[in-house]
Design a protein around this ligand. Sequence first.
Ligand code: COA
Ligand code: AMP
Length: 639
Amino acid sequence: MKESEKNTYIEEYQRSLTQPEEFWKDQANSIAWYKQPETIQSVDEQGNTQWFQDGILNTSYLALDYHVEQGRGDQLALVYDSPVTSTKKTFTYAKLRDQVARFAGGLQRLGVEKGDTVVIYMPMIPEAVITMLACARIGAIHSVVFGGFAPHELAVRIDDAKPKVIVTASCGIEIERIIPYKPFVDLALEESQHQPSHKIIFERPEQPVELDYQTELGFYQVMSTGEAIDPVPLKSTDPLYILYTSGTTGTPKGIVRDNGGHAVALKYSMGKVYDTNAGDVYWAASDVGWVVGHSYIVYAPLIQGCTSILFEGKPIKTPDAGVFWRIIEEYKVNTLFTAPTAFRAIRKEDFEGSHLKKYDISSLRALFLAGERCDPATYDWAVKMLGLPVVDHWWQTESGWPIVANMLGLESFEPKAGSATKPVPGYNVQILDEEGSQLDHSQQGYIAIKLPLPPGCLPTLWNNDSRFKSSYLSQFPGYYATGDGGFIDEDGYVHIMGRVDDVINVAGHRLSTGEMEEIVSSHKTVAECAVIGIHCDLKGEIPLGIIVPKNDSNLEPADIEQELIQLVREQIGAVACFKSIAVVQRLPKTRSGKILRKTMRQMINGESYTIPSTIDDPIILDEIWEVFENKNLLKKELV
Ligand code: COA
Ligand code: AMP
């Protein structure tokens, strides 16, 4: 957008808070409803905010059919580039619409109806996107489970979502190994109480698979038996998907996303945050198993009429640290979105940018980073290498779209490394103290959002509204507690300093240390344990297990370590990166028995810390220090 056509940020932000109904009514006009909403904001029977309650629409229609009707049928909607299989495929809007419509018909033939759930456990392949959009087309609620999760995690989600069918692939492909998805699904179903009526499997040449063709059907078999069907009109408030995310316990939280608020918020974000329009090429280098993949690989770029890139590879080693630049050149990518980890990986392999020099990336207009804190060194390197706006923006699975960003399509501000810039319109971001009082500029506290949350954010948790309220709304009445801590400086820039709960971000993947503690504690030799997130130059954070073995344990510490690493890998999955363990004799605690996790984390990360006055026995900290030192865990200089 031309600078002269843009509103000022402050004008738009203020209006979104003082006249939210008018503001969001205007934004709602930018999508094609079957029935335009008249009620903009209301409250449901559980007392939760709902948006556009009487509006009728279909997200698959907005993402596909609408563009065909607008004459964009021959434009590329999806480009699949898979260096791990040396495959490339393209889908125009017309082709993608046809395949989605037929797969939706196939699902319907299997008895999947509006309101049913479908679990998708798939790698980064077009069939995953087709399945998501096919569910959206018939009003079935999809729940994508990230492929890096182990069968146990899948089983937990199956039991909560109770899918009518599961859609999977024979395998996923990591850099050096094949991930047996179909066998993982079978293992998960051995563990889960709930059983779906059918499994639909996309067979990949890298891993053939035997199907029984009764309850196990081939992906294209289902598609070919389905009649192409039209999008089903849905209420704005009907759920589009459930996406499970880590909370502080072993039970993940099923974030619910509606149809109407989601579509309006994503459309708004594409223009105002990302400054990306119909016909542009948008690439979110993430995974469909995460919220970034849902919002910015699948729904937002398609709703906006962009070409979205689906990349099945890694920033390095597929085949080298130049693959991002190759993709940008080859498909003339305009907007790139990834996690800082990806740039840390590229920077580590190719600090001088020698790969970058081989490619023409002049199509690229901006880089957006999110998912974890962006360290200033990585930020500065990205700016130096690209010479383009680099936008660190902050959001969560719960919000579904950015909460704080430098809005390139509205008014951009001078960036400050370490800050995600300013709250996005619709989000009244405040910093609160323990008691819920607002703190002054630059004082660090809990980051909370004054209710109501804007469209697109979670209306509740799947089948668990009481957990929704207790997890997010009860800590600070009248506010949504984000789980992050930070401050707002005198210029209104928001600085995110990290989680204030037991959630860590490993390579941009959100994981629960509380869950890891539950698993580690279940091992027969462990008397007690703490799992903390410690700094990692590549992945931002990695988990460290600090364990106290039982007195009668006759296993060697090295054997305990191996068994625990294996246990967490089996229960959560490789993605947990649980690879470091320190065996200690005692854990430091307060007199009331609270383990001093924060103090241990600060010790390891080389941060200054004060020994709490409530500590039970300060000598334990000296013992622990020695163990950390011997294991070479104490942090040297951060990069
Ligand atoms: N299916 C199965 N296994 C997976 C997986 C998937 N989709 N994704 C990751 N894993 C496995 C990996 O193979 C690895 O297993 P290993 O311990 O046996 O080696 C483990 O999970 C950890 O994966 P990852 O954290 O991705 O580490 P990596 O060393 O393979 O790669 C990076 C490191 C930095 C290249 C990688 O993390 C990356 O590309 N990050 C980009 C950030 C990103 O996409 N974030 C998503 C949220 S926006
Ligand atoms: P997820 O729900 O997986 O997207 O993870 C959300 C969490 O990631 C947030 O609560 C933050 O802790 C962290 N996060 C996301 N983006 C940023 C960012 N730009 N800066 C700092 N932390 C971030």
